[in-house]
Design a protein around this ligand. Structure first.
Ligand code: BES
Ligand code: ZN
Ligand code: ZN
Length: 464
């Protein structure tokens, strides 16, 4: 689905119905300002301005004259509530009227709610279009929405149509659209180039689904460098430590980190943020075959540490380890990785909140604040070095899983931290990448998490 299907330019000649946002406390005042018949309609419809309550108001001739939208008691932080509207209003054109505290966020929420995954089945609904409010940056809004749509489309595409090669194609397409320089290291070449862990995890996949390290670089050298790394496990069977059916069912989404990193890169490049951008995606399929890596195997890594495989299902941290080690080699100003890394992160904070790890207190505070402001919530977790001994191996420098079932998201983050120098400003987000059920602005299925917050944060940090 395309962003042009949800917006009309601010200067449009097309007629549009005005949507007025109302909190319960302001309802009487708003009703008094309406024509008497409209107010009577709202009253007889028992419209009470509760959370995302929608009240279409007819004109005398039966056409749609206006829409009232309830803010509920939460009117100070409406989040993505407006995302409900394109799912509930009839096809047509609309504009935001009074009562929207943050028209820019409301506009984004509209588009997030309008999204449909239409690769395999036409979305034959006529569009609900919102006139872009004159006061907001329409180009930036479209860039943000495009980035989210890109990430959702990639996550929703099943593994038979999105293996490592297709993920690389998507990255190459994005890179060429923005004049970025694309490259990749594929299959056996990973060994010669020094990425033994990416090679090991991806070894058992079919030859046309060979593991690879995808890369593109954008923006002039000399600008501060932001490096994004995304877990690109196109399908996670668990490997020889195979997942039960219930756990495997959604594992097409295990490239959610890569999808989100591409979405964020698209936003940064479209808006021409004053950074040099480097994107790294270790892309593999964690498959099962005679040449699969095994529990107990020991591999070297790009960083030089030897890694014992405690569990082949903890594959994400392995491919990220080699990619993060490379990312660290040219000392970026900021290193961000996003990954659907652990089930433990879901136990901790559920599907909606992204737990993140960093040693930089200022960064943590600012990022969480941006997340709240754009309704893309993140919550900081401790990189508690006291748990590092859980990752001890009897035969190698480190084991890829913790020795106890405790603190699974933390130990995964601690594992990653061993492949990055302590001078690097690093942030790791353990995302879910999926909406288990539909909510306003959050359709069921693949979801771009943390990237609207990270885009806002990056914009602030490098404001020209
Ligand atoms: N891709 C999974 C993590 C995951 C599972 C994310 C479900 C979102 C939903 C990852 O590769 C994995 O399997 N991790 C294991 C690690 C364990 C073996 C230490 C997990 O979380 O169970
Ligand atoms: Zn796994
Ligand atoms: Zn995985």
């Amino acid at each position: 689905m395309d962003v042009v299907d949800c917006f009309l330019p601010a200067q449009t000649d097309d007629a549009a119905v005005t949507i007025t946002a109302v909190a319960p406390a302001g309802l009487d005042g708003v009703l008094e300002s309406l024509p008497p018949s409209a107010a009577a309609w709202a009253r007889s419809s028992r419209f009470a301005a509760t959370d995302d309550e929608v009240c279409p108001v007819p004109a005398g001739d039966g056409s749609l004259a206006a829409v009232l939208f309830g803010l509920g008691e939460n009117s100070a932080a409406p989040g993505l509530a407006v995302g409900k509207l394109p799912r509930s209003l009839p096809a047509g054109n609309y504009r935001l009227g009074e009562g929207f505290a943050d028209p820019a966020l409301a506009t984004v929420a509209w588009a997030l709610g309008a999204y449909r995954f239409s690769r395999y089945r036409d979305d034959d609904r006529d569009p609900r279009r919102l006139v872009l409010p004159a006061a907001i940056d329409g180009a930036e809004t479209a860039a943000v929405v495009d980035g989210v749509y890109l990430a959702r489309d990639l996550i929703n595409t099943p593994a038979n149509d999105l293996g490592p090669a297709e993920l690389a194609e998507a990255a190459a397409g994005l890179a060429s659209a923005h004049g970025a320089v694309f490259s990749e290291i594929v299959g056996e070449a990973l060994i010669g180039e020094g990425f033994p862990l990416i090679h090991a995890v991806g070894a058992a996949a079919a030859s046309n689904r060979a593991p690879r390290l995808i890369e593109f670089v954008w923006g002039p050298a000399g600008r501060p460098q932001v490096t994004l790394v995304g877990k690109g496990v196109c399908f996670d069977t668990g490997g020889l430590d195979i997942k039960p059916a219930r756990g495997m069912a959604m594992m097409k989404k295990d490239m959610g980190g890569a999808a989100c990193v591409l979405g964020l890169a698209a936003m940064i490049m479209s808006c021409n943020l004053p950074v040099r951008l480097r994107v790294l995606i270790p892309a593999v399929e964690n498959a099962i075959a005679a040449n699969a890596f095994r529990p107990g195997d020991v591999f070297p890594s790009r960083k030089g540490l030897t890694v014992e495989i405690g569990n082949t299902d903890a594959e994400g941290r392995l491919v990220l380890a080699d990619a993060l080690a490379l990312a660290d080699e040219d000392s970026p100003d900021l290193l961000i990785d996003l990954a659907t890394l652990t089930g433990a992160a879901r136990v901790a904070v559920g599907p909606d909140i992204v737990p993140f790890y960093t040693d930089d207190d200022g960064l943590a505070e600012k990022l969480a604040a941006r997340g709240r402001a754009v309704a893309d919530p993140l919550w900081r977790m401790p990189l508690w070095r006291g748990y590092m001994p859980m990752l001890k191996s009897k035969v190698a420098d480190i084991n890829n899983v913790g020795s106890s079932p405790f603190a699974g998201s933390l130990t995964a983050a601690l594992f990653l931290s061993r492949f990055i120098g302590s001078e690097t400003t690093w942030l790791h987000g353990d995302i879910f990448g999926w909406n288990p059920s539909a909510r306003p602005g959050r359709p069921e299925g693949g979801e771009a998490q943390a990237i609207r917050a990270l885009f806002a944060f990056t914009k602030d940090r490098y404001r020209a």
